[in-house]
Ligand binder design. Sequence first.
Ligand SMILES: Nc1nc2c(ncn2[C@@H]2O[C@H](COP(=O)(O)OP(=O)(O)O)[C@@H](O)[C@H]2O)c(=O)[nH]1
Ligand SMILES: [Mg+2]
Length: 405
Amino acid sequence: MVRIGIIGKTNAGKTTLFNAITMMNAEVSNYPFTTKDPNVGIGYVKTACMCKELGVKDSPQNSVCVDGWRFIPVEVVDLPGLIKGASEGLGLGTRFLSVAAQADVILHVVDASGSINAKGEICEPGMGSPLADYYDIEEELIKWYTKNLLENADKVRRALQNKSINLPSALYDILSGIKVTYPQIIEALSRTKLLEVPFEDWEEDEFRAFATEIRYLSKPTLIVANKMDRPVAEKNLNGLIETFGRSFVIPVSAEVELLLRRAEKAGAISYTPGDEKFVVKDASKLTPRQKWALEYIQSRVFDKWLRTGVDLAITTAVLKLLRINVVYPVEDAKKYSDRKGNVLPDAYLMPQGSTPKDLARQIHSELYDNFLYAIDSVSGIRLPNDYELRDRDVITIVTTKKRKT
Ligand SMILES: Nc1nc2c(ncn2[C@@H]2O[C@H](COP(=O)(O)OP(=O)(O)O)[C@@H](O)[C@H]2O)c(=O)[nH]1
Ligand SMILES: [Mg+2]
């Protein structure tokens, strides 16, 4: 399952964002998820469900469909304790950094309203610098990666002495555990021109340069410019966009999303995460305080930024940064159902470049072992085995024998 790591300075709003993301009324019920770690939860990627396009009534199993929107579960981890000096072990730093390294994609939360100082303490709005906060945390991450590599340098040297292995493979052996792929290692070596430097001549600068590339290549990162409901946030948002580009900065109000999800759960409003509006069910039942809060949310967030941005951040991180497509496997190509008659039961998140056989592997090892070919269920056309799955494909896998269970 795709794993999103939330990082950022103390008081930037990580836990608020985590709580908002992981709170949903319609949850996948039979989800095999048993962690007791309070910092790990389930969030959802929202995409337009194929039930609309195909005009069918679906019965989702591994995901949820709300008003034609398919919500697909992803794992979310809140990483507290990231402060300056974390890579040296301050504030449980190294433990949390190693958890961050297990993420596929990172949401880096900054306080766009500038209400936290360099230490992450609450201060006068506008006094703090989200840009400086971003770099402080990034520095800890890069230091951690560098340290990790330096600590394993002997292992790499020993592997290289055994002549059958080359540098990329030796590096892969120590980095694969923190979700770094072989092509990413090749790319990092090429960007830093370090293939031309014998490994025994690498000094701290070389390790750091390589670690920096590895950090960005292996953990694509989206900046969550949080607390956008506050007036001073706009200026900082513009600064972040100028520095990192519009595609990598999402204006967010995590606290507002959390309030809306709670109000929806309590039955006071109708609101689906990601919506560009919310509807008050019965205005006469609101207390003056609730009325004030909803007016604040309307004017400070929806009128100005269209949405809270929480759902957009997840969707952008998973679908755009990780280049993932949503694919619906079905056993009955005509009814778009599984053998029990559940229509469009499952939605799988497949990285770009995946083939039907990759999909089979994700579903069941038996399906993979007995794989013959796949059919595009919508057109009925048999697909070549090197076909690259596209977003919203509905796929039927044909095997040499019928599955037993
Ligand atoms: N105005 C506003 N305050 C927020 C928002 N998100 C979080 N906060 C506040 O920022 C403070 C720190 O939030 P928290 O989630 O505990 O930060 P963490 O230390 O990064 O986990 C709390 O007082 C939150 O209520 C937001 O979107 N808008
Ligand atoms: Mg927290």
